[in-house]
Design a protein around this ligand. Structure first.
Ligand SMILES: [Zn+2]
Length: 282
C-alpha cells in the first residue's frame, strides 16, 4: 500500500534530522494507523535501504510480526493504561537497543491514561533516554490528558472514506473466512473460494492477511473479539502463536509473485497440519 502522506512527512523529517521523539497520532482508523506506524518504524531501523517490499532483512520481519525486543506495543490493561505498565516500559527502555537504532513504544488508546500512569509517562517523556521514539494513538486528541498532549507532536492520520470501505469489506471477508475454517472447520480448502471469488488485487490480499494477523493477535493478547468468532477465544496461546507465524510467512510470500490460489490452499493445509501437530503434542 502507498504510504500515508502523514508518514511521508515523518520520513522527510527523519531524513532532515528534525524528528521529534514523541508523537500523538490522531486517527479515524487505529488499526490502519498502527500498521502505518510500524512501517515507519521499519524505515528508521532497517539496516538495508528500506522499501515496502523489504524482505531481505530480519529486522523488518521482526517488526512486522511484533517480535522485535525494542518495539513495545502497549495496550490498556482493562479500562485503563496502568502505572505499572508505564514503569515496565521505562525500565525496559533504560538501556540502548542492540538490534535496532531506536527503542520504540506505541501506545494504543492514549485516551486511557489515568492520573497516575500519566504522571509516570510524563517523567518518561521529559527525561528521555537517547534513541527513544514514542507514538500514542487516539481517536480523539481532546480526550487525552492535556499535560501529555502538550508534550507531543500531534500528527493526524486520517484515512479516506473509500479506503475505509475497502478495509471494512476485507474485514468482513476475513471474519467470514475464519468462521468457516476455524469455527466450522469443514472441508476447509473449499472455502478458499469465498476469498478467490472476491478477485482481490495483490494489495487487497496483503490487507486480507494483515487482517487475519490482527484478529489472531487480538486473541493472543486476550482481547475479546466479535460474537461470530467467540469460539476462537478458547484457542491456546500455543495455537495462536503458530497461526501468527503462519500468517506472517504468507505475508512474506506475498512480496513475491506468488499464485494467490496456491498460496491460500497452502495456508489452509498448513493450518490443518499445525492443528493436528498441536493435538499430538498434548
Ligand atoms: Zn528491512
Amino acid at each position: 500500500m502507498a504510504q500515508h502522506e502523514a508518514i511521508q512527512g515523518l520520513i522527510k523529517k527523519y531524513n532532515e534530522n528534525q524528528l521529534s521523539h514523541v508523537f500523538l497520532i490522531e486517527t479515524n482508523d487505529k488499526m490502519a494507523a498502527l500498521q502505518d506506524i510500524k512501517d515507519f518504524v521499519k524505515v528508521v531501523n532497517c539496516p538495508e535501504d528500506y522499501t515496502p517490499q523489504c524482505s531481505k532483512c530480519n529486522l523488518c520481519h521482526l517488526i512486522a510480526t511484533d517480535q522485535l525486543p525494542s518495539l513495545e506495543i502497549v495496550i490498556p490493561d482493562g479500562q485503563a493504561i496502568k502505572k505499572s505498565q508505564m514503569e515496565d516500559l521505562k525500565q525496559k527502555f533504560s538501556s540502548i537497543p542492540y538490534l535496532s537504532r531506536y527503542n520504540t513504544y506505541i501506545i494504543e488508546d492514549a485516551e486511557k491514561f489515568n492520573a497516575s500512569s500519566a504522571n509516570t509517562m510524563l517523567k518518561f517523556i521529559e527525561e528521555p533516554e537517547r534513541n527513544i521514539l514514542g507514538f500514542l494513538i487516539t481517536n480523539n486528541r481532546e480526550n487525552v490528558i492535556s499535560t501529555i498532549k502538550s508534550r507531543c507532536e500531534i500528527v493526524k492520520i486520517f484515512y479516506e472514506k473509500e479506503n475505509q470501505g475497502i478495509s471494512e469489506r476485507i474485514y468482513e471477508l476475513a471474519e467470514n473466512y475464519l468462521y468457516k475454517i476455524e469455527v466450522e472447520k469443514q472441508q476447509t480448502i473449499v472455502y478458499n473460494k469465498i476469498v478467490l471469488d472476491e478477485k482481490l488485487e495483490r494489495e487487497e490480499m496483503v490487507l486480507f492477511f494483515k487482517t487475519l494477523f490482527q484478529i489472531y493477535y487480538d486473541l493472543f493478547q486476550g482481547k475479546s473479539i466479535s460474537e461470530k468468532l467467540k469460539v476462537m477465544e478458547s484457542f491456546s496461546s500455543q495455537i495462536l502463536m503458530a497461526r501468527l507465524r503462519l500468517v506472517s510467512e504468507m505475508l512474506d510470500r506475498l512480496n513475491f509473485n506468488v499464485n494467490l490460489h496456491l498460496l491460500l490452499d497452502d495456508f489452509v493445509l498448513r493450518l490443518e497440519d499445525s492443528y493436528e501437530h498441536l493435538w499430538c503434542e498434548v
